[in-house]
Ligand binder design. Structure first.
Ligand SMILES: [Fe+2]
Length: 250
């Protein structure tokens, strides 16, 4: 299995090229519009096409590179109920994508956004179907969790409760699972993110203070206190990402 992280310091966004080089099937998760040429150049150097593009959710802080990758032949996958206006394959909880020996399983993890998937990834050549890593999107972050107020502004507390339940599900994964979220320190999608973009389920289980809050209301209280400002241009970015365009008129 191949994995290449792409870090965009402008918005502290992480995206990932991954997949199976034995069967020449690569995918990108949470692509950034500014990095499309980088994904394509890396895939070309590897010698395998990008056949799939996955979003963990409709992004509110950056324009997605999904449409540009679809134009070049990739199939788009989004969480079921993502409410987008372009052709895609909706992935409900438990649904899988096979990229050769790389197996991706959607885990419905609403709360940052009402339609949000984390993607557990297994490598059939190592560990069979056991998850090796998790693309957690904006659900479980490193030292933090995703903010609940961006996508349903009128019901941030309801979204926080959903996120609490989603995180309990992720905590069922074993400690060794490597975490690759979609943001790191400096992002407006959280408040206390580490500058280390990656971690493990076990380390976050032990040291992420929000995961220690087992009561949903205490969790919501902590999450809703001192919310940072919303991302600049959020409405326009969401409109572009729902339409599957690289931008929409101001
Ligand atoms: Fe987000």
């Amino acid at each position: 299995m191949l994995l290449r992280p792409f870090l965009n310091d402008a918005g502290s966004c992480a995206s990932y090229l991954f997949g199976c080089t034995t069967h020449d099937k690569l995918a990108v998760v949470d692509p950034h519009a500014d990095l499309v040429d980088d994904y394509l150049a890396t895939a070309a150097a590897i010698g395998a096409p990008i056949v799939a593009v996955l979003e963990t959710h409709v992004q509110a802080d950056h324009v997605s590179g999904l449409p540009a990758l679809v134009e070049r032949g990739a199939t788009a996958y989004l969480p079921a109920g993502a409410n987008v206006e372009f052709d895609h394959v909706p992935l409900a909880d438990g649904e899988r994508i096979e990229l050769g020996n790389t197996v991706v399983t959607a885990i419905a993890t609403p709360g940052h956004a009402p339609a949000h998937n984390a993607y557990a990834v297994a490598d059939r050549r190592r560990g069979s179907e056991q998850p090796w890593l998790l693309f957690s999107g904006d659900s479980l972050l490193i030292g933090d969790v995703g903010r609940p107020d961006l996508h349903v502004p009128g019901d941030a507390r309801g979204q926080a409760r959903l996120l609490h339940a989603s995180l309990r599900r992720l905590l069922e994964l074993p400690d060794h699972v490597v975490l690759y979220p979609s943001h790191y320190g400096g992002s407006v999608c959280g408040r206390g993110l580490s500058g280390n973009p990656f971690s493990s389920l076990g380390f976050e289980r032990a040291h992420n203070r929000l995961l220690a809050l087992t009561d949903p209301e205490a969790f919501a209280d902590a999450l809703l206190a001192d919310m940072p400002p919303r991302p600049a241009g959020q409405e326009r970015i969401v409109a572009a990402n729902r339409a599957g365009k690289l931008d929409v008129p101001a």
